[in-house]
Design a binder for this molecule. Sequence first.
Ligand code: ADP
Ligand code: MG
Length: 260
Amino acid sequence: MGKIIAVANQKGGVGKTTTAINLAAALAEMQYKILIIDLDPQGNATSGLGIERSRLKRCIYSVISGEVESEEAVINTSIPGVRLIPSTMGLAGAEVEMAGQEGREKILKHKISPLVFAYDYIFIDCPPSLGLLTLNALTASHSVLIPLQCEYYALEGLSQLINTVNLVKKRFNPELQIEGIVFTMFDGRTNLSIQVVDEVKKHFRKEIYRTLIPRNIRLSEAPSHGKPITLYDPRSRGAEAYRELAREVVEREKERKRIR
Ligand code: ADP
Ligand code: MG
C-alpha cells in the first residue's frame, strides 16, 4: 500500500509545488511509482509538469464532484513513473460547493482511497490556505510534509499549521503524522537563513530534514519548460538536493517501519 503525503503550508511561494514535483521526480528515479494530485486551483503543479490546463477535460474537481472515478482522472506526465491528477480552473469553486455537504472534510479521502494500492507515494500539492481543500488533503493523507522558506515569519506560520494538523488529527484523521519539515530557498550566505533554521530546530528538531534545499535559479526555471529539475538540469544543485531529500524520505519510512 502506498503512502499519501500532503505537501502543505498556508503561505504561498514557499516551495510546496516545487517540492511536490521535484521530490516526486527524484523518487521516480529510484523506481518508485508516484502520483501527484494537484489540489491548488492555480494549477502550478499541472502546468509545471508541462500539461496544458485549458485542454483538460477531467481534473481533481471532476473527482471531488463525483463526475468521474479517481482512476479516470489520472494522466501521464513527461516523467517516467510519475502520473498526475491535474487541476483546472473548475477547482476554484469547489470549496464553496463542498462547504454545504455533510462530511465535507472527508470527500477527498473517500474519492481517492482506491488509488492507494497503485502507487508507492501519492503527493497532494495543497493550495496556499488552510481552507476546506487543505483540510480535505490533511484528512486524506497519512502524513504532511511542510516546506518552510527561510524567512523571518516562518515559525509563526508553522505554529498555525501545526495547530490545524492537530485539529484534523483530533476530528477527522487520528493517524495523521508529520512527515517532515524541509527548508527551501536556503541561502547559507545570509544570517537570516541560518537563524531561521536554528530557531525552528529548537521546536521541531526531530521533524526537520538534514537536506536543505538551496536557492537555485535552475529550480525556478524548470517549470516553464514543463520539467522537473531532475530532467531539466540533472546535475544542478537543486536536482542533487531533491535527490538527497528523496533518499531521506525513504530512509525515514524504513526507520518508522522498523520501530513499529
Ligand atoms: P508554493 O507552491 O508554495 O506557492 P512554489 O513551489 O510555486 O511555491 O515556489 C514559489 C516560487 O519560488 C516559484 O517561482 C518557484 O519556481 C520558486 N522556487 C521554489 N523553490 C525554489 C528554490 N529552491 N530556488 C529558487 N527558486 C525556487
Ligand atoms: Mg503551489
